[in-house]
Design a protein around this ligand. Structure first.
Ligand SMILES: C[S@@+](CC[C@H](N)C(=O)[O-])C[C@H]1O[C@@H](n2cnc3c(N)ncnc32)[C@H](O)[C@@H]1O
Length: 186
């Protein structure tokens, strides 16, 4: 019994390590937003998108933020994408053990491709991606009706409506884009 537990533990450890090693190919490492940043995102959604119905998260990693969003906004639809297979699987398992998350849909794949197809029209989009792919995140700007929230890395060539110093241990900044006012939408 102990042997089986040890094997499962080692497999999970290796899979987690591979998720970080393969991060440059997948997009960015599966590092979760800090609790203070998650709360700052929730506050910003209340402020800039009080009546929205759909929130999309690009890259849910271990699904911590998406589960929090689903519980905080029970009347909204939360759709979260993850491109990296192991975090995706762990997020699905985590969702199975979470209560009151019937409004959360976890999808496997590249969220940017889904945006390029033009079929997604959420009210709010949230993400925490690395600098090297923030250029690609520009595709989110015309897709979001009201709000884009970018943790740590700003969306290039776009003036944020507000930059929040979260005050966490990582010195995170939250870039808020009120897309209903952006030129790029016209
Ligand atoms: C830094 S983690 C952020 C986790 C979570 N959003 C949070 O804030 O706690 C970034 C995740 O985005 C995923 N990712 C990067 N590009 C993506 C894309 N185009 N579509 C879906 N997921 C993506 C990565 O695999 C990684 O797990």
């Amino acid at each position: 019994m102990l042997d089986v537990a040890l094997i499962i533990f080692i497999v999970l450890l290796l899979a987690t390590a591979f998720s970080f090693i393969l991060a440059p190919f997948a997009g960015s490492p599966p590092i979760p937003s800090t609790p203070k940043t998650c709360q700052a995102m929730i506050d910003a959604i209340h402020k800039y998108d009080p009546d929205g119905e759909v929130i999309i998260e690009v890259g849910f990693a271990w699904a911590g933020l998406s589960i929090k969003l689903a519980k905080t906004f029970p009347n909204r639809k939360i759709i979260a994408y993850e491109i990296s297979p192991f975090p995706y699987l762990m997020g699905r398992i985590r969702k199975c053990f979470s209560r009151n998350v019937g409004n959360l849909t976890l999808c496997y794949g590249n969220a940017f491709k889904a945006f390029e197809k033009g079929s997604l029209k959420p009210d709010t989009i949230v993400f925490y991606l690395c600098d090297s792919i923030s250029e690609k995140a520009k595709v989110c700007m015309p897709a979001a009706k009201n709000l884009v929230l970018a943790n740590t890395y700003a969306v290039p060539d776009t003036e944020p409506s507000e930059v929040i110093n979260v005050g966490d241990i990582a010195n995170s900044k939250l870039y808020c884009y009120n897309t209903s006012l952006l030129e790029v939408k016209k």
